[in-house]
Design a protein around this ligand. Structure first.
Ligand SMILES: [Zn+2]
Length: 377
């Protein structure tokens, strides 16, 4: 590791748009655990020692709601997962802290604390009540990923072939307007292309894709963003935070992972399992070990460089999806200790220290501040 890369990872605030720690803890049956210490090394992608080594200062905690929950279940789960993040912070007060906006993140950084702002992944938790946006904002949610694997009451998902609304529903239109008003960022990761363009038309604030990569490297994979969409997102002032997952950054990996997903889905149906059942994880891991679908860190750096060449430096961030990708991360990017590996490679590609600072934090801070400006809660 070069001295300069190490130094930059320490000196800069590093933001990550999407880390699935809450759901990882949920799967370990820690949902109602009051004390959850993270100051020792764990087997997960995120813990405090790894974050300190990697210079990570501001990982957005994903309040992830699986698509098979109904509105009531989704609301309760979201509420409980937010409590869980509160408990994680309380249990590690020396090292972790809440953050409502960029100024809190700055202050926590000065105090040597890692900020854990929250984003909610799947608007199903809003149900049909627009006031829930205000409620979840008051609980600390700073972005909403409109949907996840399926169409919901707000919009269509890239993973769902039904195309229920052909973009946004009427309620979805209201949701975007209300989010703009409240100051909650709109996350366009997971939505269909049509949804993206409708959101872009309606939103008066810059958008964020918290964990998506350029589709150029994964043709036909709608979960990633086309060049045209990245150009339009940039025009709106938004940011694409690059997903590190092997299947997001490399075509071969993408193909193998979609085969794996299909097999897992068939297995889930055959055995009649819930989507968060442990047996599915084991089945999937066995397939991964068998099929070796891994991308490399160079692939991730290529996607960053592609966005840079397409729209310049002001619209790129990190959105690893750590703790949400299972065993599918590229070599050299297996957990939150490894951001310096990317920085080292960007330096080799002649990215300046200012460029790297923009990727690490300034671009997302710009979008976050713009969303919070004149907000009414
Ligand atoms: Zn996701």
């Amino acid at each position: 590791m070069s001295y300069q890369a190490e130094k930059l990872s320490r000196e800069n605030i590093i933001i990550d748009g999407h880390i699935d720690l809450p759901f990882r803890l949920y799967k370990k049956n820690l949902l109602f655990e009051k004390k959850i210490e993270l100051d020792k090394e764990t087997s997960g992608n995120f813990d405090i020692p790894k974050a300190v080594r990697g210079g990570l200062n501001c990982p957005f905690m994903s309040i992830y709601i699986p698509s098979d929950k109904n509105f009531d279940e989704a609301f309760v789960l979201a509420d409980n997962l937010i409590d869980l993040v509160d408990n994680v912070i309380k249990s590690n007060q020396k090292n972790l802290a809440h953050a409502s906006g960029p100024s809190d993140v700055d202050q926590n950084f000065i105090e040597n604390k890692i900020s854990l702002p929250m984003g909610m992944e799947n608007g199903s938790a809003l149900g049909k009540d627009i006031n829930n946006i205000k409620y979840f904002f008051s609980r600390g949610i700073r972005y909403l990923t409109l949907t996840h694997a399926k169409d919901n009451q707000i919009c269509d998902s890239s993973y769902d072939s039904k195309r229920t609304w052909n973009g946004l529903s009427d309620f979805g239109v209201e949701v975007i307007k209300e989010m703009n008003k409240i100051g909650m960022m709109v996350d366009v990761s997971h939505v269909s292309d049509k949804t993206f363009y409708e959101v872009l038309k309606i939103s008066k604030k810059p958008l964020v894709a918290t964990h998506s990569s350029p589709r150029k490297f994964t043709p036909g994979f709608e979960r990633n963003m086309s060049d045209e969409m990245i150009i339009d997102l940039a025009e709106n002032g938004g940011v694409i935070m690059i997903n590190f997952g092997s299947s997001f950054v490399n075509q071969r990996s993408n193909k193998i992972f979609s085969e794996i997903e299909k097999k897992v889905k068939d297995y889930k149906t055959k055995k009649n399992l819930k989507s968060d059942h442990k047996e599915l994880d084991k089945y999937k891991n066995d397939l991964i070990n068998e099929m070796n679908p891994f991308a490399s860190i160079e692939d991730v750096v290529e996607t960053i460089d592609h966005v840079y060449k397409l729209v310049g430096i002001d619209h790129i961030g990190f959105g690893s999806d750590f703790d949400g990708l299972g065993n599918s991360l590229p070599e050299g990017l297996k957990d939150v200790s490894m951001y310096p590996n990317i920085i080292e490679r960007l330096l080799k590609k002649n990215y300046s220290e200012e460029d790297i600072k923009k990727i690490c934090c300034e671009n997302l801070f710009r979008v976050w501040n713009a969303n919070l400006q004149n907000h009414q809660t």
